[in-house]
Design a protein around this ligand. Structure first.
Ligand code: AMP
Ligand code: MG
Length: 354
């Protein structure tokens, strides 16, 4: 299949391109598009064939449900059988924006879209191009991240092309995304509500609106063999091709430990890499050292993480070490939760304390 690639340009609201994308989606085709979180791989959420095509294009297991994207809040009542008070309050506080809510699904949404579940994941993105496209597509676009299953989510159109060229009808290139990590997912079908995936809308922010909120037991550890409640979170996600280990501890200890490992890697002819904050990056002796940003600037760390994981793949790095980021903010329910959740998954939960 020939994939048409269109740059959205200034403001990301190129009406002609978005109309064309909408038309492709209505006809059952697939379009990758930018959102404020990561690039999405869109299909008509109400068309079971479109959802099947999404799973095929990504190589994604079909028990892994898709998020339904809306362009206006009132459509929530069409895809959800019940809309609790908590959902209305969250929509008022955080929509349009990077928050996905799990609700009981209505009959309008086919099971193919929800991976066979009776619940549906719904989000209203804030990206102006994404919203226009969803409107032109008829209002309901199922979209997982636009990567091949198991690869880091794409934060720029370049990475979408790497994974999706030839597999889908169209790619809308909106440049680099703003947030860089997927939406927060909160399950409102349980009491208290449960965070199934941490994101830019943090636990702290959700608690301010909802009161008590719990974390799924598997967000930061492989909890006694328990399965995560978001089916997709059980797969080894965000995985770089090489082996990644997180090293935690006092700065000097981390640098010393990692440098020792890097020396051994070099002796063995293994290509090595490091993810470091800007204050320590110069101290590492790896073949490839990536500076993720100032360790106090968690928004930058979030935005850079997936791109760095992909760059390691491009540079054929086999053995990688990462510093730990946002530990303090993670403890109080800040953005550090989302960063460490993704980093831990990328590392297959391999953490060394020094
Ligand atoms: P992605 O769109 O690739 O970022 O992945 C969507 C995530 O949402 C996956 O981890 C899914 O398992 C999760 N998800 C979607 N729908 C549901 C649902 N009804 N219940 C629980 N998790 C869901
Ligand atoms: Mg994904």
């Amino acid at each position: 299949m020939d994939t048409k690639i269109v740059r959205l340009g200034e403001g990301n609201t190129d009406e002609e391109a978005l109309r064309e994308a909408g038309k492709i989606l209505k006809a059952g085709g697939l379009v990758a598009f930018p959102t404020e979180t990561v690039y999405g791989l869109g299909g008509d959420a109400l068309n079971p064939d479109s959802s099947r095509k999404i799973y095929a294009a990504k190589g994604r297991p079909s028990d892994n449900p898709l998020i339904v994207h809306l362009w206006r809040t009132e459509d929530l009542y069409l895809v959800a059988r019940e809309v609790p008070e908590s959902a209305i309050r969250l929509a008022e506080a955080f929509w349009p924006g990077p928050l996905t809510m799990i609700l009981p699904k209505s009959d309008l949404v086919p099971k193919e879209t929800t991976g066979g579940l009776d619940t549906v994941a719904v989000r209203l993105p804030s990206h102006p191009g994404a919203r226009k496209m969803i409107e032109f597509a008829g209002g309901f676009v199922a979209a997982p991240s636009a990567n091949l299953s198991g690869r880091p989510s794409p934060t720029s159109a370049k990475y979408v092309m790497e994974d999706m060229n030839g597999r889908i009808e169209m790619i809308l290139d909106g440049g680099e995304v703003g947030i860089g990590l997927e939406s927060t997912i909160i399950d409102l079908t349980v009491e208290p509500p449960q965070i199934l995936r941490p994101g830019f809308i943090t636990g702290e922010m959700l608690s301010e609106v909802l009161g008590k909120v719990e974390n799924d037991a598997t967000l930061f550890s492989v909890a006694g063999g328990q399965a995560p409640r978001a089916p997709g979170m059980k797969y080894r996600h965000y995985a770089p091709k090489g082996n990644l280990v997180i090293v935690q501890g006092e700065k000097e200890n981390v640098v010393a430990y990692v440098n020792e490992k890097l020396r051994k890697a070099r002796e063995n002819g293994v290509r090595s890499g490091v993810i470091a904050a800007s204050d320590t990056a110069a101290e590492y002796e790896g073949d490839v050292v990536k500076t993720i940003g100032d360790r106090r600037d968690e928004e930058v760390i979030a935005r850079r993480l997936y791109g760095i994981l992909r760059e390691f793949d491009d540079e054929n790095v086999e053995e990688m070490y990462s510093e730990s980021f946002g530990d303090e903010s993670r403890a109080r329910g800040g953005l550090g939760q989302a960063i460490m959740n993704r980093l831990l998954k990328a590392a297959g939960h391999q953490v060394i304390h020094v």
